[in-house]
Design a protein around this ligand. Structure first.
Ligand code: NI
Length: 256
């Protein structure tokens, strides 16, 4: 079954039909979802969804764009959530230099703190890195992030950067962007990355694949992404679905 490794089903974009949509996923071949925390509130929401639905797992973490809400008190709370049985990763964490806020030093500080937290609780990490390839890698290397393992979500850098992550034995979350006509660099990177290191993801409600670009995304669109990867790799669609499911279960240590 399809393993959706990155979605935000607590987003208000799903307020109208969340339960109906989630209840229909399995009959559409989507077997597993990791819902991603992006701040304190969405980490709470994630745990709520993971407790309600057996096939939903969660990641606890604060996105770089919300890093300025962290303090010692809520950071301690965040760390406590990592022992919840359905929390399978710390994330999404990282650096986002596309936006000017919050200050880069604040982003870096809490990225480092959350990497170290993942080490202490023994969970892999889900990395968000936008326009910040070098600083992300520098901080990860300094924190020995290879030890925790993890996935670079919505990988959008070149194959040269992919090589650096492969050297740390990381996975790559590939989503709707791979279906865009102008995604030449990403398609080259996908060709280069071994199939055993690729995870399927949507980042729903964002980043809908073609031909739904700009519309609300959901895991129901993953087949479009898997078909594109199959085309690039010269593989069967079913093989892409099967291998990426095994990859995600290995990374998130889901035994089933
Ligand atoms: Ni996300």
């Amino acid at each position: 079954m399809i393993f959706e490794s990155h979605a935000h089903y607590d987003d208000e974009a799903f307020d109208e039909d969340r339960d109906r949509l989630l209840e229909g996923l399995r009959e559409n071949g989507i077997g597993y979802v990791v819902n991603i925390g992006a701040n304190i509130q969405t980490t709470k929401n994630t745990i709520g969804l993971a407790e309600k639905y057996p096939f939903i797992y969660g990641a606890a973490g604060v996105h770089p764009s919300d890093a300025d809400e962290l303090n010692e008190e809520n950071f301690a709370w965040l760390k406590d959530q990592c022992s919840h049985p359905k929390i399978v990763a710390v994330g999404e964490i990282g650096l986002d230099y596309y936006w000017n806020e919050p200050d880069r030093e604040i982003q870096k500080k809490w990225f480092e703190r959350q990497l170290n937290m993942a080490r202490e609780v023994g969970l892999p990490v889900i990395i968000h890195s936008r326009d910040a390839a070098k600083d992300t890698l520098d901080i990860m290397k300094a924190a020995d992030a290879a030890d925790m393992g993890g996935v670079v979500h919505c990988f959008s850098y070149t194959k040269e950067v992919a090589k650096e992550y492969l050297d740390m034995d990381y996975y790559f979350g590939i989503g709707g962007v791979v279906t865009f006509q102008n995604a030449k660099k990403l398609k080259e990177a996908v060709e280069y990355i071994p199939m055993e290191k690729i995870l399927l993801e949507t980042d729903s409600p964002y980043l809908s694949p073609a031909p739904y670009r700009g519309k609300r995304n959901s895991s129901l669109h993953i087949p479009l992404i898997a078909k594109q990867i199959a085309l690039i790799k010269g593989m069967d669609y079913d093989e892409v679905v099967h291998i990426t499911e095994e990859n995600a279960k290995r990374l998130f240590r889901i035994m089933e």
